[in-house]
Each structure stands twice: as C-alpha cells, then as structure tokens.
Design a protein around this ligand. Structure first.
Ligand code: ZN
Length: 321
C-alpha cells in the first residue's frame, strides 16, 4: 500500500533467560506503579527507535496482533535473545490483564500499537463507537506501559472505509505477508511461510495469542537473518520514508522507484509542462498505491475471507482468545 518502506525491527530468537527477565520486568512494573513521580529520565524510559535507514537496509517488520496474552512474555524473551524488535497491535480489553508484558514491550524497544478495544469489524459501527474503540485502547496502553501513546492502528480484519478512516484518525498498518498462523496453528508451517514470503519492506502478520505462533519466532528470526533481512518495528521501517498519514493504510514499504527512463530531456526546468509536479516526478506518488499485489490503502493483502488477520473462525470461535 502505500507507500514507501519503513522498517521494523525484528525478531529472532531464542528463548532463554526467561525467569530472570520476567522477574526484572515484574519488578519494573511494581516500581512504576509505586513511584508517584517518575523522574524525568528514569532508567525506565523506553529506549526509542533505532537509527536504521530502511531505504538502504533490507528491513522487514514483524507484527503481532490480538494480544497481549499468556505467551507474550515468552515472545519478548525470544525477541530479546535475538536482539530484535517487533510491533504489537494490541486489543485494549487484553492490555489490563497483562500489564507487565506491555510494560516490558515498551522498555525493550518494541512498538506498541492499537488494534481496537474488542476486535469488532469497525465498518459496522458508528463513528462515535469507532472513536471509542480506538481511544479506550490508547488509554489502556498508555497506562500499562507507563506513558507510551501508540501512533499506529491496525483495524481488525483490515476492514475500513472512508468514514472509519476518518474516525480512527491515525495511520493504519495492514500487512503484506499473512502467515495465517491463527488458522493453522502449526509452528512448522508458520516458520516456513513467514521466511519464504518475507521480503524487503514487507510487514509480516502473526498473532502472539497462539503458542504455536510464538514457538515459530526463533526459527523465523533465524531464517530472516539468512535472507539478509533486518527485523524492525513498523515505525522504524518507515522512519526514512514520507511521514505516515492519518487515515491512510500501509501494507509495506515500497522500494525506491527505479531511475526514470530516459525522457525527452527538458533543456531547462522552465520548459517543463506546467501540469507536472516538479517535485514528484521520480516517485510514485506515494502511499496511496502499492504497485502490484500489495494491498491497496484500504484493503489487506490477503482476501478478507481468507481470514487475513485473525478473522474469527466460525468453526471454533476462538481464534483470538
Ligand atoms: Zn486481529
């Protein structure tokens, strides 16, 4: 979709140092709750995005939806072991159940993002209800993380329309690689699909509420590394691209436009036809349209009926919980 690339940090993994990390995280959580006046720059401040130019580096963004959940801290251990960062699109209704996981995400440099409060299809709701889904979740994440306000939103099922875009009021992040992990719950399959389909500038979709998905991450991180891809957060993926715009959906960062084919050379600039934008002649105008199979600004890369993003399965009805 839209546009240009952006990078995210990635993952890799190895599970390990779980207990001690968890304990430290828990301790941090307690400290934050107890401290009435967090010092300005306490050691507890999130590290901030890394300086990675995904216009030059082959980046790929790993994203995890529908959590946090019981396996999220295991995933954080895996990411930590691989020195990788990811983006978590969380449901507000789950955030309060796993505040330590959310706090750890922030402190360990991952990107915290909004996936609505309760995973409804936003196109069926009033604008006021959409705003409420988004804002309540922003508040829950802010509270659990110790002050981080998400900048990105992923609409459940990738379902939006113009009205919903406007009500969301944030850049929307879709995906370009759908592992369908929620559907198959098969670690080996998730590993294979994620690594095989991962591409520069891509955004890979997983769901950390499934144990089988979290178990796939170490191998996926390893596979990405072998492909020369650097896992980054979504904001890192796009950090050297045009700023993401509210109400616009992004499914991957597009590669730089190839050099423009020889065009009758205008002797001087002043001769150019007035209808052409002098500043945008060498790039696709942007975020608005991905070239090929990439999702359009308002559509996920995968057919929605394929369950693009954890679509609730009518069969067992528990794809998300
Ligand atoms: Zn979802």
């Amino acid at each position: 979709m839209a546009a240009l690339l952006t990078g995210a940090v990635g993952l890799t993994a190895v599970a390990g140092c779980g207990d001690s990390r968890s304990e430290r995280a828990a301790a941090r959580g307690r400290a934050v709750v107890a401290g009435q006046q967090p010092r300005a720059k306490a050691p507890d401040a999130p590290p901030g995005p890394r300086s990675i130019d995904c216009g030059k580096v082959a980046c790929v963004a790993l994203t995890f939806d529908d959590g946090p959940g019981p396996y999220t801290e295991t995933l954080l251990n895996e990411l930590h072991a691989a020195n990788a960062r990811a983006t978590f699109f969380m449901l507000g209704e789950n955030v309060g159940h796993f505040p330590n996981a959310v706090h750890r995400m922030a402190m360990e440099g991952h990107e915290l993002a909004n996936h609505s409060w309760s995973h409804p299809q936003l196109t069926t709701m009033s604008s006021a209800d959409v705003r409420s889904q988004v804002q309540r979740t922003q508040e829950a994440i802010r509270k659990a993380s110790g002050g981080v306000t998400p900048k990105l939103m992923r609409p459940p099922y990738g379902a939006v329309n113009k009205r919903v875009n406007s009500a969301i009021g944030m850049p929307e992040v879709l995906w370009s690689v759908d592992t369908l992990d929620w559907k198959y719950r098969d670690t080996a399959r998730a590993e294979k699909v994620a690594v095989k389909e991962a591409h520069r500038g891509g955004i890979i979709l997983f769901h950390d509420i499934h144990k089988t998905s979290v178990a796939a991450v170490p191998t996926v991180l390893d596979g990405l590394k072998k492909k020369g891809l650097t896992p980054v957060t979504v904001s890192e993926l796009y950090s050297t691209d045009k700023p993401l715009q509210a109400g616009v959906a992004y499914a991957e960062r597009m590669p730089p436009a190839p050099p423009k084919p020889a065009e009758p050379v205008a002797p001087t600039r002043t001769v150019r036809p007035p209808s052409k934008s002098p500043t945008s002649s060498t790039r696709p105008s942007s975020t608005a349209k991905p070239p090929s199979k990439s999702a359009t600004p308002t559509q996920p890369a995968q057919p929605r009926e394929a369950g693009g993003e954890g679509q609730p399965a009518t069969a067992d009805g528990d794809t998300r919980h």
